[in-house]
Design a protein around this ligand. Structure first.
Ligand SMILES: Cc1cc2nc3c(=O)[nH]c(=O)nc-3n(C[C@H](O)[C@H](O)[C@H](O)COP(=O)(O)OP(=O)(O)OC[C@H]3O[C@@H](n4cnc5c(N)ncnc54)[C@H](O)[C@@H]3O)c2cc1C
Length: 502
């Protein structure tokens, strides 16, 4: 397998993967995997292949029954790490592109089968909760365990994962780790990188590696980060051990405020975090996004939200500090905390909401997308203002919503989650290139210009790869070297994280 390295300047090199396809025919691939796994676990029916050729990036085409990407040769359903190992080793030997999958809730093209005769390796059948160890505060699950299932089991015992992405009912542990996911309570519990204790993963040559569960170690680099965020482009995650936390919902305190502008809201967020408080939730919505989420009370103003949780003295002290800090900014008007609590209880997306969205898009021809980035406190407001101004002036679309929110804050800065809903007034096959891609490009350009990061939590996927060299700068060398070392034949999820050659 050839890798095409572009002759570009030091610090600007960008690894390009070749689009060479396997010499095996579709039939040979299917027949080899049927021999390996049995026919029941090698799916080849037309609709399954169509459904597995893309993710939510192409949701509009799918709603209209259009499948413009190459269909995979088969969807494989391994039952054990040993089977994953066999599947990858064969693909590695024969240059077959492998697209790992678990919950299928990806939003950035990570599940697109852009290479002819790819195989999708679907780990959702590996769905056992292997252990809940309350002494060591650990849960170990197979990659196909849905986050909500583990959370429900833990809550029965008085514990929580602390992880609550909006896709909690859909996402599974392989994908949650592979995308560096983050949940609504991240300011207290962290992102998945703060929760992951140990992990088992399989490399393209079939090597199965288990990183053991210890509270911390200084025995060399932290190799968990070769697995976290690899988006299926380096290895296939089969088992995950995560921290668990004691659950104290009875102590939760909810706060909401209305503000006139984002600048004040960001200043309040910064003050709460840098003073050392850790509310589980700290979110700020701009006027348009606020109106969309809180139409009953936002009154067209920005909405600031906090939740304090944990043992009662900590929740109470955090809540009191939030009230005091916000009161020091005269322009913040409090709203009833129960309105915020009610909103939270309906935030997550399950399969029925996805179906409702499909019907709504079909009926209204209005589609929504998001782009999430991050930046230090000193630049995040400028990124937001500059990106919004450029979108308004450069994109001629019939927007029903163009807004954004900050939903995950850190000592050094915060994220910005841009949200845009527009009328699809072009052929569905042109919708991405006419609207979503140019809008996303503007947001990423304005972010990188001020030193922010082009992705905060959805992963690079396949549609931000052209920014990879700028995102990484001189550290691109490290990322490229990982790819070449662990996936020398370039079989893992081509075009994801690393751009494909034209
Ligand atoms: C309505 C909605 C809300 C969302 N909200 C959030 C949110 O709040 N926070 C957040 O972080 N994300 C969110 N997402 C994005 C998405 O849910 C997350 O990225 C999630 O972690 C993906 O998990 P999954 O099991 O569905 O992975 P998949 O969709 O199956 O795959 C995602 C990526 O991971 C790779 N992958 C999957 N399984 C494996 C494996 N076993 N080994 C190696 N690579 C693998 C895939 O190749 C792909 O690149 C949301 C998505 C939707 C649709």
């Amino acid at each position: 397998m050839q890798l095409l390295l572009e002759p570009v300047k030091k610090h600007q090199r960008q690894r390009m993967e070749s689009v060479k396809v396997t010499s095996l025919t579709r039939e040979q691939i299917v027949s080899a995997y049927v021999d390996m796994l049995g026919s029941a676990r090698v799916l080849t029916d037309d609709q399954t292949l169509k459904d597995n050729s893309a993710d939510r990036y192409y949701k509009v085409e799918r709603i209209f029954g259009i499948y413009s990407l190459p269909l995979p040769a088969a969807v494989l359903k391994p039952g054990t790490p040993a089977e994953v190992s066999q599947i990858l080793a064969f693909a590695n030997e024969h240059g077959i592109n492998v697209v790992p999958k678990t919950g299928g809730s990806a939003t950035e093209g990570g599940l697109e089968t852009v290479i002819e005769n790819s195989i999708v390796v679907d780990g959702s059948g590996m769905n056992e909760i292997l252990s809940i160890d309350v002494e060591n505060m650990l849960a170990t699950v197979q990659c196909g365990v849905c986050l909500e299932d583990l959370e429900n089991e833990l809550r029965k015992l008085g514990y929580t994962t602390g992880h609550s992405p909006q896709s909690k009912p859909l996402a599974q542990y392989g994908g949650l780790v592979a995308t560096r996911s983050i949940g609504q309570f991240s300011t207290l519990y962290g992102g998945i990188e703060d929760m992951l204790v140990g992990v088992e993963t399989v490399f393209p040559n079939g090597e199965i590696c288990r990183i053991k569960n210890v509270p911390r170690r200084s025995a060399g680099p932290d190799i968990r980060h070769l697995v976290l965020g690899n988006e299926g482009a380096l290895n296939f995650i089969t088992e995950v051990s995560v921290k668990i936390f004691r659950y104290y919902p009875e102590n939760n305190r909810f706060y909401g405020y209305l503000l006139d502008d984002m600048k004040t809201g960001l200043a309040i967020l910064r003050e709460v975090i840098t003073q050392g408080y850790r509310p589980s939730v700290a979110r700020l919505y701009d006027q348009e996004d606020g109106l969309y989420h809180f139409k009953h009370f936002s009154d067209g103003r920005c909405v600031l939200i906090f939740v304090a949780e944990g043992p009662k003295p900590i929740a109470d002290a955090t809540g009191a500090a939030i009230e005091e800090i916000v009161a020091s900014f005269d322009s913040a008007e409090p709203v009833d905390g129960t309105l915020i609590e009610e909103w939270f209880n309906n935030l997550n997306w399950d399969v029925s909401k996805i179906e409702e969205e499909r019907v709504e898009i079909r009926d209204t021809l209005i589609n929504g997308f998001t782009t999430e980035i991050s930046g230090n406190w000193s630049v995040i407001h400028d990124i937001y203002v500059n990106a919004m101004a450029r979108i308004r002036s450069e994109i001629s679309a019939d927007f029903s919503l163009l807004g954004g929110h900050s939903s995950h804050s850190y000592l050094n800065g915060t994220n910005m989650y841009f949200v845009y809903y527009y009328k699809i007034d072009v052929d569905p096959t042109l919708e991405l290139s006419t609207y979503h891609d140019p809008i996303q490009n503007i947001i990423v350009e304005e972010t990188l210009k001020l030193g922010g990061s082009m992705c905060h939590h959805h992963g690079v996927g396949k549609h931000r790869t052209h920014f990879l060299a700028e995102e990484y700068g001189s550290s691109l060398y490290m990322l490229e070297t990982l790819k070449t070392a662990f996936d020398p034949n370039g079989i893992m999820n081509r075009g994801t994280i690393f751009p494909l050659a034209k």
